[in-house]
Design a protein. Structure first.
Length: 436
């Protein structure tokens, strides 16, 4: 059942006008019954049976109606304007005082107005915490119990004039029964309306609490998604920067290889014409090759991942893969079966980049959920096997990333192959011996 605050305000307004009718009815009974007693010459007998003189019924009607109309005005004004919390609390205190004045004016002949006050109080405190709401419920129960106790024998010691029930007792049986029936109906209706409003208010609070809980859950999920997006974006940005540097390296190496190729062609042309010159040319080519190898090694060293500088080879791989698994939500299993590796920095950098590139491709292109990395060795070779359960492709074209893998692996004397028949597999072997 959808309960909005506007519906609760409408029910409160109905209860407010209903109580105006009931208070006016009970206040008017003092005067009506007094006139009846005077008209039927029963006033002397009525006064003789009293312990105290009755007050002027017109005064009772004025006090009760004036106090309730002022209470009604304050409730209406407070609901139409947004006051500060301090002013709201003061107005609520004033409402409570006026409620007690109405009860006293009516000689506790009608106690339903206290229920009206608590309906108004709960609606005003709808934004308070659960503990404060509990305090309000306890306060309401205590106030109702005290009010009911005052309506009994205790009220005779606090109020000098007789109660309305004393007036009604002097009426004939039929009008007395009719008035009591109307009073009971009005009181019962007011109590039922109060219970219904409290039930709707409870549903409203539960709905509001559920909305807050759902909003917090969505906010938490949005924060997690944002964190994953930022982390993944950072990783992709690093990957793009790494590829940009690799392209620059590729251009440098390509320039060197082009010069070497031109030198070899010139040597071939000189072999038959001038062997001595051809020999000199080969020496120049050999020197260029050595220079190129040194340049490549220096470039690869500059591209060495920062993680390898701060940790061991295995430690750097564990951290990189765990971070990437947390970012991508991809399950990564890493089996490291190398006893005591003694890789050069260049080899470590190449292996690190191959595994990093494979993980990136598995998520970005293969949309994989799981990836398994096994790094093992035998007497003659090291072997790196990477599998993922992403999209399969029996035939595919080597893109820039896979081409870079092959070029890097070739630099350290290794071999690499790719298989896309079942997910995607990267297999890399490096001979033991003179690793760069």
């Amino acid at each position: 059942m959808a309960v909005s605050f506007k519906k609760l305000v409408i029910f409160r307004r109905i209860l407010l006008w209903f109580n105006l009718v009931v208070v006016t009815f009970n206040a008017a009974l003092f005067g009506a019954i007094s006139h009846y007693l005077v008209d039927h010459q029963l006033s002397s007998s009525f006064i003789a049976h009293l312990n105290q003189l009755p007050e002027n019924p017109n005064r009772i009607f004025f006090e009760a109606s004036s106090a309730f109309l002022l209470l009604m005005l304050i409730m209406t004004v407070r609901h139409h304007f947004n006051f500060s919390q301090t002013l709201t609390n003061r107005l609520l205190l004033l409402e409570f005082i006026l409620t007690l004045l109405v009860l006293l004016a009516l000689r506790f002949s009608y106690n339903g107005v206290i229920l009206l006050f608590f309906v108004d109080y709960f609606l005003a405190k709808r934004h308070t915490t659960a503990l404060q709401q509990l305090d309000s419920w306890i306060l309401m129960l205590l106030t109702i119990l005290v009010t009911l106790s005052l309506a009994g024998p205790v009220s005779t010691t606090l109020i000098s004039s007789p109660q309305l029930s004393t007036y009604i007792a002097y009426l004939p049986a039929r009008p007395r029964a009719s008035i009591i029936l109307v009073q009971n109906f009005l009181t019962t209706f007011n109590l039922l309306a109060f219970i219904v409003i409290l039930m709707l208010y409870t549903i409203f609070l539960m709905k509001q609490e559920n909305q807050i809980r759902m909003a917090l859950i969505k906010s938490d999920q949005a924060n997690q998604d944002l964190e994953h997006y930022v982390a993944l974006s950072t990783h992709i940005a690093k990957d793009h920067e790494r590829k940009r540097i690799a392209r620059d390296l590729h251009d440098t190496v390509g320039h060197a290889l082009t010069g070497i190729s031109a030198g070899v062609n010139a040597t071939i042309a000189l072999l038959d014409l001038n062997p001595a010159a051809a020999k000199q040319q080969l020496q120049k080519v050999a020197k260029a090759v050595q220079t190129g190898i040194v340049d490549v090694r220096q470039s690869l060293t500059q591209l060495r991942p920062e993680a390898l500088e701060k940790s061991t080879f295995k430690g750097a791989l564990d951290k990189m893969l765990s971070d990437y698994a947390a970012i991508s939500q991809m399950k990564i299993t890493f089996n490291y079966r190398i006893a005591e590796p003694n890789f050069e920095k260049t080899t470590e950098s190449v292996l690190f980049h191959v595994i990093e590139e494979a993980a990136t491709n598995a998520l970005r292109h293969g949309h994989a959920k799981r990836m398994t990395i096994t790094f093992s060795e035998n007497k003659t070779h090291y072997q790196l096997l990477i599998n993922n359960d992403g999209l399969s492709a029996s035939s595919f074209r080597l893109g820039y990333g896979l081409t870079q893998m092959k070029e890097r692996v070739a630099i350290i004397g290794g071999k690499i192959s790719f298989d896309g028949s079942h997910g995607f597999e990267v297999k890399l072997t490096i001979p033991k011996g003179d690793l760069l």
